[in-house]
Ligand binder design. Structure first.
Ligand code: KG4
Ligand code: ZN
Length: 368
């Protein structure tokens, strides 16, 4: 009897060890494939990631807003409705992935335009039901920051080491974040009024540039003198920013100059752009220097639409070299809104088993 029991226990242990090994092997060898959707503003985007590797990232912009000088929310949501199915279809085709191979669908829950977010959220819910896969909600701002962890096939990219400081600069946000871990992010400074992208876009409008003026100002600055004109820089406490004073200073300066010379803008466009860009970059980096000094961190990253700016990228690299700080500059395609950044964030949430349920609704204002 005793011998039988010992043999039984030994067999049972072997069974447990074997099953546990199979489970471990599954975890180790199983890759997670996620389809992600981004529709927070005026870009409809879908991406497919396998673990951290990007398989496809399709972005459809919207030309409907061009003549209005800014994004018209109702036009944006209508365009998302038209674009979302073809964009998702293309993303799956390019990735060579069938819906049955997906482990989850992710979407941007906020912040953003409510009508635009609603299109992506509703699509994700429908797709989740149809394909019997979980949904994962993602904070758009976390997405911009975690875009630094996207890897591409045959291209190993060095990722920031925790803790790092991230300057998140977009059309709606300007924030300095202390990133302790994927989902432990602390706001250590932020704008008290306009965002840096807004300053680019609104000053651009003053000199007749279409929306979004940021990339055009960047281009025109290449042949302008950054020291041609001086604009007011804000004196804001701590690590906070302000851009509304600069916007007003730029507007009054241009208006006064036009009174003396009606052709002032045309004759000085490149110098105006270069001087404005130089001022914005200077304001942004001054607080970064302070933040790095105060926290003592050794890694610094930039993220968000304005991080595509060549002046900011150059200044950040120069700052890193001078101060022995590791600088992380995202590829241009991951700076402005894209679904790849939503997919990478969803991947880290998947590993934590952080899924949403179908009662989830979008949120226009959603802090990190
Ligand atoms: O992150 P994003 O695509 O959308 C938001 O979440 O806001 O950022 C859009 C902003 C716009 O203000 C646009 O003018 C600005 O990013 N931007 C740039 C550049 N590319 C985009 N600003 C300056 N230089 C650029 N190269
Ligand atoms: Zn964005």
């Amino acid at each position: 009897m005793k011998a039988y029991k010992t043999e039984f226990l030994a067999n049972r242990n072997i069974f447990y060890i074997a099953s546990f090994s199979v489970f471990l092997l599954q975890i180790i060898s199983m890759s997670i494939t996620i389809l992600s959707i981004e529709s927070s503003c005026d870009d409809t985007s879908a991406a497919v990631l396998q673990d951290t590797t990007l398989l496809s990232n399709i972005v459809a912009g919207q030309s409907a807003h061009l003549k209005y000088g800014g994004v018209v929310p109702e036009l944006a949501s209508r365009a998302h409705q038209q674009n979302i199915i073809p964009v998702v279809d293309l993303a799956l085709k390019e990735a060579n992935i069938a819906p049955t191979q997906l482990n989850a669908i992710a979407f941007t829950r906020g912040p953003g335009l409510l009508g635009s977010l609603l299109v992506g959220t509703s699509f994700a819910k429908g797709f989740s039901i149809a394909n019997n896969i979980p949904i994962i909600e993602v904070n758009h701002l976390q997405g911009h920051i975690l875009a630094h962890f996207i890897q591409e096939k045959n291209l190993i990219k060095e990722v920031p080491k925790f803790p790092f400081i991230c300057l998140l600069v977009s059309g709606g946000h300007t924030q300095l974040m202390l990133v302790n871990n994927y989902f432990d992010m602390e706001t250590i400074g932020q704008t008290i009024d306009d965002a840096a992208g807004e300053a680019f876009d609104k000053c651009g409008k003053t000199i007749g540039l279409p929306y979004p003026a940021g990339p055009i100002i960047d281009k025109l600055s290449e042949t302008g003198n950054p020291l041609a004109f001086q604009f007011n820089k804000p004196k804001i406490q701590h690590l906070n920013y302000s851009f509304s004073g600069l916007k007003t200073s730029f507007l009054y300066f241009v208006r006064d100059q036009i009174k003396q010379n009606p052709h002032f803008i045309e004759e000085n466009k490149n110098d105006l752009c270069a001087s404005l860009q130089h001022t914005i970059v200077d304001i942004l980096l001054n607080k970064v220097k302070k933040a790095v000094k105060e926290t003592g961190v050794k890694d610094f990253a930039i993220a968000g639409g304005v991080s595509a700016n060549s002046g900011l990228r150059k200044a950040a690299i120069a700052f890193g070299e001078k101060n022995h700080i590791n600088i992380h500059i995202p590829q241009a395609k991951f700076t402005t809104d894209n679904a790849a950044m939503i997919g990478i964030t969803a991947y880290f949430k998947y590993l934590n088993a952080e899924f949403s349920d179908l009662s989830t609704v979008p949120i226009a204002r959603m802090p990190i």
